[in-house]
Design a protein around this ligand. Structure first.
Ligand code: NAD
Length: 272
């Protein structure tokens, strides 16, 4: 059990399809004691049973854009949880209209909302809980290939993920003095609540499945296994890293398979 004796805060569970749930479940199986946050009362009903399933009664309200919530979270964690070892940040949001159509039409409001909730939130959360983290602790966030390459409809969220990945490097530098590591997993596409806001997401899933070297999509528990490793002492010399957990899709310069509008195969590279 690679996380035995470790305590961690999980931010970003909405339901049992969330990547944060997949990572939390594996961390729990690996011996970690966990605390959770929920965004609002509607999601509290979902997060409470998940926390219970994973052996935790520590759940706290957190709108990550709300400074008062962050201050309350820190006070509650200090009281109920004491010092702890790791933080998972699995939070992103952009207005739905910004995740369809053309990037050039991104509004200032959509840009600011996406950057605040999906990027600044990592900095603010880290700043809020850093005094409670044990030396040699770890922080993990979630990115996507759309931050480094064009992906249809990912638009402003691609720009946000680029800034998030850069923030990982700057935070890794700042926290390195205490031995605290900061990393990101760049996960392949997975059907979650957040992903349902992205235009043509089913098509993106299909395309990745057909063209990834492993010829399938990743699931939340596979992201969980890599996440548990990065949050554990097994990754004690890994920081500032963007680790792809995407069935290898990111290595492809050109896909094996393309289909037309009706789903008929129009390109299939013969591997034999
Ligand atoms: P999800 O909808 O299950 O999780 C997103 C979480 O963000 C939710 O729990 C939601 O409550 C939380 N959130 C949104 N606004 C918030 C706020 N203001 N304060 C606090 N929490 C807030 O979806 P997911 O796909 O599991 O997303 C988790 C992370 O994984 C995101 O950063 C996402 O960009 C990233 N990611 C997702 C995919 C994918 O295909 N699903 C791929 C790569 C990376």
């Amino acid at each position: 059990m690679i996380l035995k004796g470790k305590k961690g805060l999980i931010v970003g569970v909405a339901n049992n399809k969330s990547i944060a749930y997949g990572i939390a479940k594996i961390c729990h199986e690996q011996g970690a004691e966990l605390a959770f946050t929920f965004l609002n009362d509607a999601l509290k009903k979902r997060v409470e049973p998940i926390a219970a399933e994973l052996g935790s009664d520590k759940i706290y309200e957190l709108d990550i854009n709300n400074d008062e919530h962050l201050a309350n979270l820190r006070a509650s964690l200090e009281k109920d949880f004491g010092k702890f070892d790791f933080v998972l940040h699995a939070v992103a949001f952009a207005p739905r209209e910004a995740l369809d159509g053309k990037f050039i039409d991104t509004t200032k409001d959509a840009f600011n909302i996406a950057m605040q909730t999906s990027v600044y939130s990592l900095i603010a959360l880290t700043n809020a809980v850093e005094p409670l983290l044990n030396d040699n602790g770890a922080i993990l966030t979630l990115s996507y290939l759309g931050g480094v390459k064009f992906v249809p409809h990912y638009n402003v969220m691609g720009v946000a993920k680029a800034a998030l990945e850069s923030s990982v490097r700057y935070l890794a530098h700042d926290l390195g003095e205490r031995g605290i590591r900061v990393n990101a997993i760049s996960a392949g596409p997975i059907k979650t609540l957040a992903a349902s806001g992205i235009g043509d997401f089913r098509l993106i899933l299909k395309y990745n499945e057909k063209n990834a070297p492993l010829k399938r999509n990743v699931d939340i528990f596979e992201v969980g296994k890599s996440g548990a490793y990065l949050l554990s002492d097994f990754a004690s010399a890994v920081t500032g890293e963007i680790h792809y957990v995407d069935c290898g899709y990111n290595i492809m310069g050109m896909g094996d398979i393309a289909t037309d509008d009706e789903g008929n195969t129009i390109l299939a590279i013969d591997k034999n």
